[in-house]
Design a protein around this ligand. Structure first.
Ligand code: EPU
Length: 424
């Protein structure tokens, strides 16, 4: 069982390269299902979620060659089966992104319902309602969604709430539907915009991706594509929060600064200096950290995927930060672990009141989701003494070689193997 061991208290100094965006690469990989040719993705991060998606695509009849940072997807010989089994979907909720492409491409899809997960119930009703608007007959049976439509037809889909993967699923379905579709109240995340770019490369006419109204002119067939994935804004934001916590001076290579505006604004108010240097971004903190409030919201609001890491940094700020989570109902799992490290946090409903403390102390900790685990790494980097973050497989889902990247910037951090029964 792997764990991350950190000896805290060293300011970060050096250069860290930001990888390709997980949440952009996952839908783009699923978009390869829309075409029969060989597609190539570049700047793909080496992550467990990419491996899971590759395994799913192989199961669906694709030949997937992964040589990070490149992935090639082609049609394999043999029958394609439009079935995403529970065993694969339960490992990663984003597997539901094959639903739209499969029903559009094969006229039928059977995809396991993902079920709840650690951060919340996360229903997919908006995905299903949207597919119905495009003419799919949907049934839920034995834990699976079965969607059928000989050929989808364009239509107007109005989302009740903006959903990232829901918008992406419907964009992919509409790209192969007959005629024009309009998607209203869409998620505006940069990863949605990126998928729009890829679908345009494939020959669909997509306008408005990245705004709340997207128009898509479907095509009977789509072409394969070659595409380099955008940088990961959340990974970049995580390293910024780490510099905020430890102090220091780090050059982030390929940080997508524009996509991070809502986070950067808060970090600057908290006392960080963040400046563009050509294509890269320099992040520094020399003075004191001050408390700043944040409320998560769909893009361009403060991202829920940065809430935990921002909170870890706020644990050491002067004053009281009020952090409110509005996207997922159970995304404070890092709080009890941060408290064990000496943080002063009180939770009331969906709001955390973080009273800054002068220091955190290292502890053996673990978390049950990706961003919560990242927040414990941030806390460990600044805590006195040793921190061991367990259940590293959560981190490996979304952070490429996080320990190597941080060690390259001077952190005392390494991956260790705990034998079963190891005492903390
Ligand atoms: N929702 C519904 N019905 C739906 C779909 C969503 O009620 O049909 C609700 C959700 O329960 C949630 C809200 O709408 O309360 C927003 O969820 P959304 O669908 O936007 O989330 P997602 O598409 O499942 C993506 C990211 C998440 C990120 C969220 C929010 C990917 C693969 N995942 O999830 O990333 O937190 O958007 O920005 O893009 C992560 O990387 O750690 C991560 C969890």
């Amino acid at each position: 069982m792997d764990a991350i061991q950190i000896r805290g208290g060293r300011p970060l100094r050096g250069t860290i390269r930001v990888s390709g965006a997980k949440n952009a690469a996952l839908p783009i990989l699923c978009a390869t299902l829309l075409s029969d040719g060989a597609s190539r993705l570049r700047n793909v991060p080496a992550l467990r979620d990419i491996e899971t998606t590759s395994a799913l695509l192989r199961f669906l009849g694709r030949d997937v060659q992964v040589a990070a940072p490149e992935v090639e997807v082609a049609v394999a010989t043999g029958e394609a089966r439009p079935l995403a089994p529970y065993e694969l979907v339960r490992q990663m909720r984003a597997s539901v992104l094959v639903l739209g492409p499969l029903v559009a491409r094969y006229g039928r899809a059977k995809v396991s319902l993902p079920g709840g997960c650690a951060i919340g119930a996360r229903p997919i009703d908006q995905h299903l309602k949207g597919l119905e608007v495009l003419g799919a007959k949907i049934q839920v049976e034995h834990g699976y969604v079965v969607a059928e439509a000989p050929r989808l037809t364009g239509g107007e889909i109005v989302f009740d709430i903006p959903t990232v993967t829901g918008t992406e699923n419907l964009m992919m379905a509409a790209a192969l539907a007959r005629g024009r579709s309009t998607l209203v109240n869409c998620a505006r995340e940069p990863e949605v915009e990126e998928l729009g770019r890829v679908l345009n490369k494939m020959g669909a006419r997509v306008t408005g991706a990245g705004t709340d109204v997207i128009h898509i002119e479907g095509r009977a067939e789509l072409d394969p594509f070659d595409h380099a994935v955008i940088s990961d804004r959340i990974e970049a934001g995580t390293f910024m929060a780490a510099v905020g916590a430890t102090g220091g001076d780090v050059l982030l290579e390929n940080a997508p600064l524009d996509d991070l505006e809502p986070v950067v604004a808060k970090l600057r108010r908290a006392g960080l200096t963040i400046e563009r240097e050509g294509e890269h971004t320099r992040v520094r903190r020399e003075g004191e950290l001050v408390a700043v409030d944040a409320t998560t919201a769909p893009h361009p609001g403060f991202p829920t995927d940065m809430q935990a890491q921002f909170m870890a940094m706020m644990c050491l700020a002067r004053g009281r930060a009020v952090l409110t989570e509005t996207i997922f109902e159970n995304r404070f799992m890092h709080v009890p672990e941060l408290q064990r490290m000496g943080a002063n946090i009180e939770i009331r409903h969906n709001t955390a009141f973080v009273e800054g403390v002068p220091r955190l102390t290292g502890a053996s900790v673990m978390a049950t989701d990706l961003r919560a685990s990242a927040s414990l790494v941030v806390a460990g980097l600044v805590a006195e003494g040793e921190t061991v973050v367990r259940r590293v497989y959560h981190l490996d889902r979304g952070y490429e070689h996080i320990e190597q990247k941080l060690a390259g910037a001077g952190a005392a951090i390494e991956r260790i193997t705990l034998s079963p029964g190891t005492l903390p």
